[in-house]
Design a binder for this molecule. Structure first.
Ligand code: NAP
Length: 329
């Protein structure tokens, strides 16, 4: 038996319960992982509350997409991993209800594993891949981010936003962070933002023009969408790109009309399903981790038994960077 987080109805954090469930032997192409740390993502709060883009299968729905731990057993045909290997897990294909990783032990496809060098601890290994590969895929592979580019990053304190700030600095671009209030200004500057703008101050397009010699940002990286999308699009430089990768504001988003304009709806699966992009992304991020230019900021850790508290904390929006749940064995 292994402790696992399940929920039977959609709702607030209190629907989550930690229960013992049987753990299967790994089948062909599968691996059994002893989980040491779990990275939390906004998508999981949306999935739990019924606001994600596909519904949970109830009852007994699992939850979670990324983790880190140690391989305990491998199924037939698995040659890349052996018991004792330290790994990260990034499980985003199929339904979260079936493959969720909030648990003490999980059976996952070997394709969902990444080698975790011994010097990368489990908390870091659980905090890095989803956010950094999203920022890499959107900004580098799709947006062709280059030195000198101004990159406007909304919800910049999110895990993906912090990854984007570091990635812009890593390639010599200029990250302009956007947050709703002044509360996180100093922490965003410490995280590497060249400038911090708050939506509470109003007239974002004018303030972006002031910072970009009147040109606008070559790239805008936005997980908010909603009614503000049309105004946000006016911060994009001519020939630039608005990359929307989330919908934190669930109200309808109008189609921006300041054409010509490139608008991209980005999903991480685009990268994971492309062998070349995935290999380049892993190499790029591993190089940044080694150099120290990419380093996940972990805002707070919780124990698995406190998963309800961890989700409450996530939804209170006071964090900067990642929330990680650790598992005691
Ligand atoms: N497409 C993909 O493949 C992909 C991959 C990763 C993430 N995502 C999406 O990206 C978004 C962020 O995910 P995450 O896990 O990185 O987030 P997170 O760490 O939970 O961060 C959320 C932050 O966003 C800001 N925020 C929250 N609600 C907002 C709203 N209604 N309007 C404006 N800002 C708001 C808050 O910062 P302030 O209070 O400082 O403004 C909050 O601290 C989610 O929508 C997620 O689904 C998509």
């Amino acid at each position: 038996m292994t402790r696992t987080v399940l929920f039977d109805e959609v709702g607030g954090p209190e629907v989550l319960r930690v229960v013992d469930v049987p753990v299967a032997d790994p089948g062909p192409g599968e691996v059994l992982v002893r989980v040491e740390a779990i990275g939390l993502n906004r998508a999981e709060a949306l999935f739990r509350s019924g606001g994600y883009y596909y519904p949970a299968t109830l009852p007994n729905s699992r939850l979670g997409s990324e983790a880190a731990g140690v391989v305990e057993a491998v199924g037939p045909g698995v040659t890349d991993h052996r018991p004792g290997d330290t790994v990260s897990v990034l499980a985003v294909s199929g339904s979260m209800s079936d493959r969720g990783v909030y648990a003490e032990r999980i059976v996952v496809s070997a394709n969902d594993l990444l080698h975790r060098p011994a010097e990368v601890d489990a908390v870091t290994g659980a905090a890095v891949w989803l956010s950094y590969l999203t920022a890499y895929g959107a900004l580098v592979e799709v947006g062709r981010m280059a030195p000198g580019d101004h990159v406007l990053i909304t919800a910049a304190s999110s895990a993906a936003g912090v990854a984007a700030i570091q990635m812009a600095n890593h390639v010599g671009a200029v990250p302009i962070a956007v947050t709703r209030t002044d509360a996180k200004r100093d922490r965003l500057l410490a995280a590497g933002a060249a400038h911090v703008l708050t939506t509470a101050e109003g007239d974002l397009p004018e303030r972006v023009r002031e910072l970009t010699d009147g040109q606008g940002a070559r790239l805008v990286f936005d997980p908010v969408a909603g009614p503000g999308l049309a105004e946000l699009a006016t911060t994009v430089a001519r020939g630039g790109m608005l990359i929307v990768y989330g919908w934190l504001d669930t109200r309808p988003a109008p189609l921006p009309l300041n054409w010509p304009l490139h608008i991209v709806g980005y999903g991480l699966n685009l990268l994971l399903e492309d062998e070349g992009q995935r290999r380049r992304g892993e190499a790029f991020i591993n190089a940044g981790l080694r150099a120290g230019t990419l380093a996940p900021i972990v805002d707070r850790t919780f124990d698995l038994v406190d998963i309800v508290e961890a989700h409450r904390y996530l939804e209170a929006n006071n964090q900067l960077g990642k929330i990680v749940v650790t598992v005691q064995h």
